[in-house]
Design a protein around this ligand. Structure first.
Ligand SMILES: *Cc1c(COP(=O)(O)O)cnc(C)c1O
Length: 393
């Protein structure tokens, strides 16, 4: 079975490019050029240099001694939280800004929910001196003011979207509308492995540096270049796709995806997309999608803003459907407790998204001799208010 994208942009039955006709030229231009660009020597030199000297890669693989003792196994944390801007998202925005430059684009647009992708995009636009417009739901603009302030300082224009539920899904619709209206000079930087082909594949390739490094670092540490378990949280699925990429065909590695159960799988307030979703189309691709009986997309909920998206990238829909990945869901409460445990055992405050990956360590039962890698996708600075409030600290 293949977990690589096929010629038409599909992973099994998921993926594709379901876009309105007016968007077709933009997608076509990207599709025809992205592999040529990514495989060019110039791109590779620039990408590698920026990952190293600007983002701070390679990120360490840390053996978490006290967490290992707690769970009776060997836990390694892949420290994506130590990247510039505090998460894995910068890997993708560096890659895409270079693609945009190769295509001669001068204007960058992006959507953002919690503001993390908006900040990562505004950051690379400042670096390259390109115009940056970020669409953000009006409700999120209110809830995420520190990130809005960062984007402004970085020189981006933040446009509050007042349609729909005023959150990520509406911001994405608005960004797509903008791209239709400015097809020639604009590149749209999507923030995860979602959207029409070639975005899921392109973003996966940029994030795959994570598993490339894990292989080398694990071999040094354990004499074996693969773990028994590889755990990552899945919102759209980019940090997980990057952590899994070089192990997709290696069945010795159990891939463990952590989704947000929110207040519980049966509560109606959840974002456990692959567990509860049905096949449908959102933002240009076929994937697993939370929807009601009439096919209306249902509003996701999670305490973590980075995980509350109603869909999941098509690669993850396929990994879940084929059983290549095992999907667990962690509730808000389980994630909060896991974040506290990681903080008190290792002195590392994880992002709330990441805390969902840590929370599923309770649910898998790795042996004493086995090795578990958890992708520590980001740091918790942005979540301090929630932690202090909800943990009663
Ligand atoms: C945005 C974000 C996520 C979720 O996005 P994916 O595309 O699923 O990786 C997870 N962790 C952190 C720290 C994030 O900022």
């Amino acid at each position: 079975m293949s977990f690589e994208v096929d010629q038409k942009g599909f992973y099994g039955e998921f993926g594709g490019a379901y876009v309105p006709e007016m968007l077709y030229p933009n997608i076509k231009e990207l599709e025809e050029n992205y592999l040529k660009i990514i495989e060019s020597e110039q791109f590779n030199n620039d990408f590698r240099m920026l990952l190293k000297d600007y983002a701070g890669r390679p990120t360490p693989l840390f053996r978490a001694q006290r967490l290992s003792e707690h769970f009776g196994t060997n836990i390694y944390l892949k420290r994506e939280d130590l990247n510039h801007t505090g998460a894995h998202k910068i890997n993708n925005t560096i890659g895409q800004i270079l693609v945009a430059r190769h295509l001669g684009k001068r204007r960058i647009i992006a959507e953002t929910g919690a503001g993390q992708h908006g900040v990562a995009t505004a950051t690379v636009c400042a670096l390259m001196g390109l115009e940056c417009i970020v669409y953000m739901g009006a409700l999120d603009v209110e809830r995420q003011s520190p990130n809005v302030k960062k984007m402004k300082m970085l020189g981006a224009e933040v446009i509050a979207v007042h349609s729909g539920n005023k959150t990520l899904k509406d911001a994405t619709n608005e960004a797509i509308r903008d791209w239709i209206n400015h097809p020639v000079e604009t590149h749209y930087i999507i923030g995860s492995v979602v959207g029409p082909h070639p975005y899921p594949d392109m973003v996966t390739r940029f994030q795959s540096v994570i598993s490339e490094e894990i292989k080398v670092q694990l071999a040094e540490r354990t004499g074996r270049d693969y773990p028994d378990y590889l755990v990552a949280c899945v919102g759209g699925g980019s940090n997980a796709a990057g952590a899994y990429y070089h192990y997709l065909a290696d069945e010795r590695v159990r891939l463990i995806s952590a989704e947000a159960a929110g207040k519980g799988l049966e509560s109606g307030m959840t974002a456990a997309t692959s567990l509860l979703g049905r096949s449908g189309i959102i933002h240009g691709s076929r994937t697993l999608l939370m929807q009601d009986e009439d096919g209306q997309i249902t509003e996701p909920y999670s305490i973590s803003a980075g995980l509350d998206y109603p869909g999941v990238g098509p690669l993850h829909a396929w990994l879940a459907k084929t059983g290549r990945a095992t999907v667990y869901a962690a509730t808000d409460e389980e994630a909060l407790q896991a974040a506290l445990l990681c903080t008190r055992k290792e002195g590392i405050i994880p992002a709330l998204e990441t805390a969902h990956a840590l929370a599923v360590l309770e649910k898998i039962e790795p042996g004493r001799e086995e090795n578990v890698v958890v992708n520590l996708s980001g740091r918790g600075d942005k979540d301090m208010e929630t932690y202090i409030d909800k943990l009663g600290l």
